[in-house]
Design a protein around this ligand. Sequence first.
Ligand code: UDX
Length: 440
Amino acid sequence: MRVGVVGCGHVGLVTAAALAHLGHEVAATDSDLEKLALLSEGGVPFFEPGLPELVAEGAAAGRLTFVPETADVVRDREVVFICVGTPPREDGEANLVAVERVARAIARAATGPLVVVEKSTVPVGTAERVRRTLARERPEIAFEVASNPEFLREGRAVRDALEPDRILVGAETETARAALRALYEPLTCAGRRLIETDIATAELAKHACNAFLATKVSFVNALARICERAGADVRSVAEVMGTDPRIGPEFLEAGLGWGGYCFPKDLAAFARLAEDLGYPFPLLQEVARINDEAVEAAFERVRDALWNLEDKRVTLLGLAFKPGTDDVRFSPALALAERLLAAGATVVGYDPQATAAAKAELPAMQVCEDPYDAADGAHCAVVCTAWGEIRSLDLGRLREVMRYPILVDGRNALDAEAAIAAGFTYLPLGRPTLVSRQGT
Ligand code: UDX
């Protein structure tokens, strides 16, 4: 099919490349002309495993092109995806200005019947707004609107796009449903599940998924605070919980909590939307509070271990909001860095992929491309992101370059026994502190 994609960010670019891989003819555009130029030369503006190869494959096959005008991804197309950002406003409400602007541009450029699909995570009722905007601009065109929320986890977005747990399609007409069935036919033929609902259900289900996942993580982080006070081990408690198939082991890793572009904004937008609908959802505010508290717990561990933070040097191992991405948006590591800087510490950050992005976000933090250089002379090191490169650090070498042997494990990612064998005082979150037998 001939497909258009508006927005080439983490969602739009993966969607465009995946649909080209499935055999469709895809034209994609973005308002950032620099990004478009980079894409047209085969570059990918962010780290996402497998994405450069997928984009190159589509471009080489002539099934994926990057064009400067929205009109170029609408004209003679059957389906157009809206994949633009829906950032949180000050009060948490999703900012849908970009969605409306794109809907109007699509309407103006339309040359015939068109299925317009919202891929970005949006509050329930947005598709209806899009439909009315399209009809108002071009009452003579037969537009169809559908919701097809993305479930792309950063760091594994290509896998999630080509091997989805489910494809969710919200539509009100057979025409829209038929178009999306045809679009995803290569995946449903391969046994992937397509769930068809009305539009409101699809929009709500997406918010509900992310809010529930965030709630699950905050639950285990509240449990971590209780374990710290009870002298228990949250990893052991979570392990037992996870053996109950109704709970499951996923998303029960206590640590610095969640970040990224999706959870924070979707949680705030969902809470605001519920309130606007006349059903305040205070549980979601508590989920966000517990998440902020997790960073504070790590900060307190550093401060307890170091006494005064002025004149102290703290190294952060990992800066991205999670492994597998260079995305530092709402990263707990940067929230901790800000807290430490405000308390007068010198902060040095290292990350396998996100060092440059983190430095741009937080210029007051020093950064190093090598973990051992970053830890040189440090009074404390904090594991903030559970990258493989950090889990496999030579702890003996790390101890040698550091001033004090204080290791806070903000992701409970290291082997505690190995840490104390290397001479560290090992301070995880939600688990008992272990002091090296070398007595430091
Ligand atoms: C999420 C949703 O999973 C995805 O479906 C949606 O489309 C986009 O948002 P993402 O934000 O990339 O994906 O990250 P995810 O892997 O879901 O993790 C979210 C956050 O929770 C990360 O900061 C991660 O570090 C944290 N997390 C996850 C924990 O702190 N503990 C866990 O056990 C699991």
